[in-house]
Design a protein around this ligand. Sequence first.
Ligand code: ATP
Ligand code: MG
Ligand code: MG
Length: 395
Amino acid sequence: MASDRTVGLLGGGQLGRMLLQAANLLEIKVNILDAAGSSAKQISAHDGHIAGSFKDRDAIRALARTSDVLTVEIEHVDTYILEEVARDLGVDVQPAWSTLRTIQDKFLQKGHLLERGVATAESLALAEPSRAELERVSAELGLPLMLKSRREAYDGRGNFPVRTADDFDAALQALSGRSAQGGLQPGDVLYAEKWANFRMELAVMVVKTKDQVLSYPTVETIHEDSICKLTYAPARRVSSATNERAQALARQAVACFAGKGVFGVEMFLLPDDTLLINEIAPRPHNSGHYTIEACPVSQYEAHLRAILDLPLLAEDLELREPSIMLNILGGAGPDSHIRIAREALRQRRTKVHLYGKGEARKGRKMGHITICASTMAEAEAILAPTLALVDGTAT
Ligand code: ATP
Ligand code: MG
Ligand code: MG
């Protein structure tokens, strides 16, 4: 085995499943805390897993007692219990609980970066979710702006674009369910972000080891309905200077946080080529799935190597070939995602990943497809029939 330390994982969804695929190759033991039969547990047969919710404090204590290192596949976890088990049980929490605590509140995350001179969109917290507060922040930031939930946001749930004052009520209503959540103080619910008129969205996976901060290449991400749909590695129509600059900014951002592991850094590229950080995920990320086929060491293996202090070289993160990743989302019918997977299987150089999630709700991430080819144009041509099926434009 590559390490004699046992990893405890909070959450057993698709990111956990792909982490287990990497762990299995290295005989690294991972105890998963999630419901029985979860996506990650399906591919890991041993009796060290814990059945329960990664939100349950006692379950997290039980996981900590049987693990040497605790890590997460989702940042929306109870960091107070992680602080407790790190202190009382001496378990190594990676990335650090303090990092998870800062990052899981998007407004604190942005403040943390701004204080350290890292460029992010200008943000203001609302003292309470009210029209008066929205008026105040729009006077300062201008309209349009993006109203965001500070916590528990993903796949755009938690964002509301406010274009004119006519949108105020709808925005508050859409995000107000969140004020009732988890006993938050009124001032901790929402914040407003200056609108970023971006030319493109970019992302970089960064690996923080015990003594290095390394990055994968810069990818282009395409979101539809605020859900990541496609990634192109490397980003198309971006100069190598911008590609390098984005990697440097992402490394600078991740260096501001304590602990080890992979981090997904989402960025906006503005029309004048300025880069701004959108947000950071302290874990493997959708925009890094392509690394499984396209790089010598995937983001999942890199995460394990980082948290277990195993060797990792900058060269391990280099792109071998241009690559495209397409998410397979639940669609209009219960088997739409299967039809997409089958179409992709007919194409050369195509890898299909299905996550074993069972029921396909609309917009649910059911799997993904990766295509690597000697040029991006070739990868795009291979993807075209599958993309046409996804977009409903197949002839
Ligand atoms: P994820 O699933 O990546 O965690 P999320 O729910 O945390 O998503 P964000 O990343 O904050 O949401 O935003 C989702 C998308 O909304 C962005 O990728 C971008 O397309 C758009 N967006 C977010 N913030 C802004 C902004 N300030 N200006 C313009 N567009 C924005
Ligand atoms: Mg997010
Ligand atoms: Mg995002």
